[in-house]
Design a binder for this molecule. Structure first.
Ligand code: ADP
Ligand code: MG
Length: 336
């Protein structure tokens, strides 16, 4: 069988990652024949490399070349198509965690949402985009390491307990501050959104933003491809005031506000089980009203029993995080 006929037969094969045929997408990038070895040399582009899809695609191609067309050898190179991305792959939901000021618990909230999702069997990644206040690697107790790159120069996230993470921390020396500014910082952060090879089954990526409405925050917000924001505030009106500004900045840049979380809402007095409003009250509601969004939850003060910063389901805060996850999934899956 000659190469034209082989090409025709290959053209009917379906790329399992985007359900289109090789012919439709004109994905044969190179085809030649080594007479001496009776070997076909092929370069084919596929929608998305990796996982079961790539294995199946390789098997199908080998079957056509070696069994149907009876060539002895096959040298196959697969590359990722720049145009025909995967369509069977559901798009990843990016959930940004933002706040007006630092110290309100943004990173704790980001980490615990990811942790609970993962515990429920949802594949989740986190981007630590709080460039100068990076704390997610510490919260997840991930020792400093440099990420690796795959053959397509995509960043491979660092994985801990099934959660994949990318952080500026991994691109600096241990203990050293991030000294990038302007364009360099922008290009680094845009790699976090466009050039990370997340696990094939990833459904959610939680992004821990820098606080406030400064240049960097706005730059990062304009880099994030799509995504919805959760605003974190404390109960005190001074925190709420700036949280509303941060929320409006996101809206102006085209990001929806998924809802508001009030953190450090109250302290449960161990003596009489009363809720003590030691940081004031009303902040969460005020932000929700100001942004015309829902108040998703009020999280009390409290330290985790089992880990440094992460709560389990047998703790009050763990249960609240579980409800927050219910809310995120419901809203995301129904696109509300
Ligand atoms: N609900 C809470 N109860 C007690 N401490 C909390 C709570 N939420 C956050 N913290 C603590 O407050 C500090 C600031 O939280 P963090 O998540 O780092 O805030 P941010 O990322 O907004 O700067 C951390 O030490 C964190 O452990
Ligand atoms: Mg933080």
């Amino acid at each position: 069988m000659n190469l034209t006929e082989l090409k025709q037969q290959l053209g009917e094969l379906i790329d399992p990652s985007n359900q289109m045929t090789i012919g439709e997408t004109e994905s044969i990038k190179h085809i030649s024949y080594d007479e001496e070895k009776d070997m076909v040399i092929l370069t084919i582009a596929m929608g998305r490399l990796g996982g079961e899809n790539e294995k199946k695609f390789r098997r199908d191609i080998a079957r056509v070349v070696k069994i149907d067309c009876e060539y002895k050898g096959l040298q196959l190179q697969l590359e990722e198509s720049k145009i025909f991305g995967s369509i069977t792959q559901k798009p990843i939901h990016f959930i940004g965690i933002i706040s007006g000021k630092g110290g309100v618990g943004k990173s704790s909230v980001a980490a615990n949402i990811a942790y609970r999702m993962s515990k429920r069997g949802i594949k989740v990644g986190v981007i630590d985009a709080d460039v100068y206040g990076s704390s997610l690697p510490t919260i997840f107790e991930i020792p400093h390491q440099n990420p690796k790159f795959d053959e397509n120069k995509k960043i491979l996230p660092i994985e801990k307990n099934g959660i994949e993470m990318i952080s500026t921390e991994f691109f600096t020396n241990p203990g050293q501050p991030v000294l990038w500014r302007g364009g360099m910082l922008n290009s680094m952060i845009s790699h976090f959104f466009y050039d990370v090879k997340w696990h094939d089954d990833t459904q959610y990526v939680i992004v821990d933003f820098p606080p406030g409405t400064g240049d960097i925050t706005l730059d990062i917000k304009s880099i994030i491809p799509q995504g919805r924001m959760i605003v974190v505030t404390t109960p005190h009106p001074s925190a709420s005031h700036v949280a509303i500004k941060a929320g409006h900045a996101s809206k102006t840049l085209g990001h929806d506000i998924l809802g508001v979380i009030e953190n450090m809402s109250y302290f449960i007095n161990p003596i009489n089980q009363q809720q003590e409003k030691i940081f004031g009250e009303g902040g969460g509601l005020m932000v929700a009203k100001g942004l015309e969004a829902e108040l998703i939850a009020q999280i009390p003060l409290g330290q985790p029993l089992h880990h440094q910063d992460l709560f389990e389901i047998d703790e009050v805060n763990g249960k609240i995080y579980d409800e927050i996850v219910d809310f995120i999934i419901f809203k995301s899956e129904n696109q509300l």
